[in-house]
Write a protein that binds this ligand. Sequence first.
Ligand code: AMP
Length: 250
Amino acid sequence: MKVVRRIAELHAGAGIVGLVPTMGGLHAGHQALIAAARAECDTVVVSVFVNAAQFDDDSDLAAYPRDEARDVELAAAVGADVVFAPSAAEMYPPGYQTWVEVEELSRGLEGEHRPGHFRGVATVCLKLFNIVRPQFAYFGQKDAQQVAVIRRLVGDLNLDLTVRSITTVRDPDGLALSSRNVRLSAEERALALALPRALATRDADAARVLLAGLDVDYVELADFDPPVLAAAVRVGSTRLIDNVILEEER
Ligand code: AMP
């Protein structure tokens, strides 16, 4: 497996190319995306780039876990061919000034609580699609609004690639894996379990009751494809999001 830092050194992958965009801090959720790519692509590229443009909170960006050696190991373990880990200057050189906005879908939920977040996400994903030229790109259903935004971006801009959405990977206690979970103390982690428990009711009102003790940003039904019950909470200084798919097997 190769680690590539420069766009110019990222040569066209052989055959069908799959891209798994990540911000590092890899865990079994990211590995599920990489494994899905491995199963249907000839060349699997995992990008590891902490995209400052999608952070609205400087302390969240500063505290974001960064361990490239571990990321490289975990990506290699599930069969990635290339880890693309560019610097910020490689992605946003001096003078950079072009941004993509998926307007309506970026407004509610995460967009409302993290202004500019999806503009940063859409822009970096479009850049990564142009740099890596994948036929398939893999995203986690855990970030359901992100999947909706990226699907819209791909459709609206006629990008020649297929977006795959992969089921959320959870710890045995139900907590969705997240790079930010490493910041939770044991007590915070216990409190955070209210999030998957609340969502498991698949009922917004019941979920709100179960989340009453926490600092809740939102609990809302979202009419994505498929529809989800989505929530975001703050536990200590850590913000967690999760969702469950509704009415799938109707
Ligand atoms: P991130 O590095 O957090 O930006 O996530 C990179 C990709 O991994 C995104 O498409 C996420 O939706 C996905 N992802 C994050 N956590 C999980 C999880 N627990 N299960 C499945 N996919 C995930």
